[in-house]
Write a protein that binds this ligand. Structure first.
Ligand SMILES: *[C@@H]1O[C@H](CO)[C@@H](O)[C@H](O)[C@H]1NC(C)=O
Ligand SMILES: *[C@@H]1O[C@H](CO)[C@@H](O)[C@H](O)[C@H]1NC(C)=O
Ligand SMILES: *[C@@H]1O[C@H](CO)[C@@H](O)[C@H](O)[C@H]1NC(C)=O
Ligand SMILES: *[C@@H]1O[C@H](CO)[C@@H](O)[C@H](O)[C@H]1NC(C)=O
Length: 356
């Protein structure tokens, strides 16, 4: 019974979180009902304690200073989720003194520097700076330089790298992948609308040449998760346009369509950077075309050439995508990293590293 609940919860969380991490604030504001689905207010109970592995899962303690975006999760087992043993996660600040590591989410602390500086720090405790937003959407705070011992973000060169999604080998169950039925050519779901965003200008140009099915807050057509997962697979192409363009910054806008069997048309970092993480022929890059018009022509060509279209799914014979588990995955991987890197370390250049 419990595992059912936690499986359901995991799915909802995963979806919610991967769906809208970077625009999460806005989204959450409009989806208060989601939070009630998270089963997050369960008091710890006997059953839960029984289930915990014995001492070997208690060795390293990670304190989650505050759940990112306020989305509390049951600090479940890293060994079950990621095969990372010897870890215990907690969000109980009374355990601060004894914690081996403390995870701070940037948005929740960048304004509290003075307060953080006043805290007494156990000599071996690692403070970890965690952030999944791009530099363009993260307030810069130079006073954080020298405060942390480790970084965790979507950036490949973080100490603890947690991408929004990963390409993984298919399981037996996934081997039977089939392209879902399509009744739309191009779709775009967007909440965060800003004329400054390159993606908005590109979209205006693109839609002159091919019609785009638009959804989301920006178009006064906010979707429930259910609607989102009904629409997404029904589109041949999805505009995976990031809100800002930075190295390694590929979000759920990329990984969700890949997962459900829709070809992402990406706008973001350059193609070479994408190809470091996802198969070269699994996506279409806006940079591959001289203009939005040429891209539109290519999409229309693929619409008429099923065989050429299907080639974008060859990678699915062996691989699929796996979304990250916002917050929880960071904490587990941070724990793993701390277990294996006991030395002294200080991140003196956080602001230059991340923001320049
Ligand atoms: C879990 O990790 C252990 C040791 O690191 C390894 O031997 C084992 O194969 C892993 N199990 C799974 C399911 O990946
Ligand atoms: C940060 O500031 C807010 C508002 O002043 C406060 O509620 C919160 O507890 C502070 N502490 C930290 C370090 O998170
Ligand atoms: C972590 O960083 C702090 C602040 O710079 C430093 O005082 C402390 O010694 C560091 N701890 C470890 C274990 O590296
Ligand atoms: C910041 O420091 C890290 C190691 O602590 C180093 O790898 C990185 O290149 C530095 N970045 C900048 C921009 O100085």
């Amino acid at each position: 019974m419990r595992s059912e609940c936690s499986a359901g919860r995991s799915l909802i969380l995963l979806v919610l979180i991967t769906l809208l991490c970077c625009e999460g604030f806005i989204y959450i504001l409009y989806m208060p009902s989601m939070t009630s689905l998270l089963c997050n207010n369960e008091a710890p109970n006997q059953e839960q304690n029984k289930e915990q592995e014995p001492d070997e899962d208690q060795g390293t303690v990670i304190l989650i200073w505050r759940w990112p975006f306020g989305h509390q999760m049951r600090a479940s087992s890293c060994s079950k989720l990621y095969n990372i043993t010897g870890c215990r996660l907690t969000d109980d600040r009374s355990e601060y003194e004894a914690a081996d590591g403390v995870m701070f989410h940037h948005k929740d602390i960048y304004n509290n520097v003075t307060e953080l500086l006043r805290m007494k720090r156990p000599p071996l405790q690692m403070w970890v700076w965690m952030n999944m937003e791009s530099p363009g959407n993260s307030p810069r705070q130079a006073r954080l330089d020298g405060m942390f011992n480790m970084t965790s973000s979507y950036r490949r060169d973080s100490d603890v790298w947690v991408p929004y999604g990963r390409i993984v080998q298919v399981s037996e169950r996934d081997r039977s992948f089939q392209i879902p039925k399509k009744d739309k050519l191009v779709c775009w779901i967007v909440n965060n609308w800003n004329m400054r965003f390159r993606r908005v200008r590109y979209f205006y140009e693109l839609r002159k040449h091919v019609s785009v099915h638009t959804y989301g807050g920006a178009f006064k057509k906010r979707l429930t998760l259910e609607e989102y997962y009904k629409i997404l697979p029904s589109c041949k192409f999805y505009l995976s346009f990031e809100n800002s363009v930075y190295k390694d910054y590929f979000t759920e806008k990329l990984f969700n369509p890949m997962k459900v069997g829709t070809v992402p048309v990406v706008l973001g970092s350059n193609r070479k950077n994408y190809e470091e993480f996802i198969p070269a022929h699994s996506f279409i890059h806006t940079d591959d075309f001289k203009s939005p018009r040429e891209l539109a022509e290519h999409l229309k060509f693929l619409d008429q050439n099923q065989e050429a279209y299907e080639q974008y799914f060859t990678w699915r014979q062996h691989f699929t995508t796996k979304s990250s588990y916002f917050g929880l995955e960071h904490a587990c991987r941070i724990c793993d990293h701390i277990q294996r890197h006991k030395g002294y370390r200080v991140v003196n250049n956080l602001s230059t590293w991340f923001w320049t």
